[in-house]
Design a protein around this ligand. Structure first.
Ligand code: HEM
Length: 256
C-alpha cells in the first residue's frame, strides 16, 4: 500500500489549476457562443432591445455611465486594499486571518482596483458625449472637464501603478525601498478620494457623500493607529532600575 507524502497535494496543485483553467475557458467560450446564437434569434432580438432600454444602451451618455461606475468600483477596491495593507503593518487582523493571506489578498485587491481604473479611463476615450484623447487621459491637467481634479486623478493613477508594481519588484529593489514606496499609497489614496469627490458627478448624492466620509475616516483612523503603534515600537524600552533605587531611603544610605 503506498502512503502519500505530505508534499503530494502540493505537487498536484499545478495539474489541478491547469484542469480548472481549461474547464473555465471552455465554459466561458460555450456561454459566449450561446449568447451570440440567442441574440440572433427573434426572441433574442426582443431581449436585446429590452436590455438596451433598461441599461440606456442607446443613450449617448452610456459610456459616461460606465466610466463613472468603474471609477466608483476602482475607488472602493482601492479603499479595501488600503484597509488590508494597514492590517499587514498594524497586525490588527492577525487574530482573524493569517498575515500571509492578508498580504496576498491586499496585493490581489490592488491589482483588481487597477483593472477597474483601466476600464474607467479606457472607456473615457469611447465616450461620444465628451470624448477624451489618449493625451488628455495620460497627461495630468489636460482634461477638457474639471482639469485640476481630473489631473489629480491622473497623478493618483501613476502613484497607484508604481506602488502596485513594487509588489512584483520587491526582491529587486529591497525591503527598504519597497516600504518607502508603499507609504506613497497614502498620497495616491488621498488623491483618488479628492478626485472622486470633486471630479465626480455622483458625489452630490447623499449616498456617495456617506461612502466618501465612511471610507476616508476609516483610512484616517487606521493610519493614525499605525503611526501611534510605530512610535510606541520605536520608543526605547525603560531601563531596569538599579537595585539600590528600589531600596527604602533609610536603607539606601546604609553601607553593607
Ligand atoms: C488617468 C487617470 C484618470 C482619469 C483620466 C480620470 C477621469 C475621470 C473623470 C473625467 C471623471 C468624471 C466622471 C463624472 O462625470 O462623474 C472621473 C470621476 C471619478 N474617478 Fe477618475 N480618472 C482617473 C483616475 C482615477 C482613479 C485612480 C480613481 C480611483 C481609484 C478614480 C475614481 C473616480 C471616481 C470614484 C469618480 C467619481 C465618479 C462619479 O461620482 O460619477 N479615477 N474620473
Amino acid at each position: 500500500m503506498s502512503v502519500s507524502s505530505p508534499s503530494q497535494p502540493k505537487q498536484n496543485l499545478p495539474l489541478l489549476w491547469s484542469i480548472l483553467s481549461v474547464v473555465t475557458t471552455l465554459l466561458v467560450i460555450g456561454v459566449l457562443f450561446l449568447v451570440v446564437i440567442l441574440a440572433m434569434s427573434p426572441a433574442g432580438q426582443t431581449l436585446v432591445q429590452g436590455m438596451n432600454s433598461l441599461f440606456a444602451g442607446s443613450s449617448i451618455q452610456l459610456w459616461w455611465y460606465v466610466t463613472r461606475a468603474a471609477g466608483i468600483v476602482a475607488y472602493l477596491l482601492l479603499w479595501f486594499s488600503m484597509i488590508l495593507g494597514l492590517a499587514v503593518t498594524s497586525k490588527y487582523l492577525d487574530g482573524l486571518l493569517d498575515r500571509m493571506f492578508t498580504y496576498d489578498f491586499h496585493q490581489f485587491i490592488s491589482l483588481l482596483s487597477l483593472v477597474f481604473v483601466g476600464l474607467h479611463i479606457v472607456v473615457l476615450s469611447l465616450d461620444r458625449y465628451l470624448p477624451y484623447s489618449a493625451l488628455q487621459i495620460l497627461v495630468p491637467f489636460l482634461s477638457p472637464y474639471r482639469p485640476a481634479w481630473v489631473g489629480i486623478g491622473v497623478l493618483s493613477f501613476y502613484i497607484i501603478l508604481l506602488v502596485t508594481a513594487t509588489f512584483y519588484l520587491r526582491k529587486r529593489i529591497g525591503m527598504q525601498a519597497f516600504r518607502v514606496i508603499h507609504i506613497l499609497s497614502l498620497v495616491g489614496y488621498l488623491g483618488a478620494t479628492l478626485h472622486g469627490i470633486y471630479a465626480g458627478t455622483d458625489s452630490v448624492l447623499p449616498a456617495m457623500k456617506l461612502v466618501y466620509a465612511g471610507t476616508g475616516l476609516t483610512v484616517l483612523f487606521l493610519t493614525v493607529f499605525w503611526l501611534v503603534l510605530a512610535a510606541l515600537r520605536k520608543r526605547p524600552a525603560p531601563r531596569a532600575a538599579p537595585a539600590h533605587a528600589s531600596r527604602p531611603k533609610s536603607q539606601a544610605g546604609m553601607r553593607s
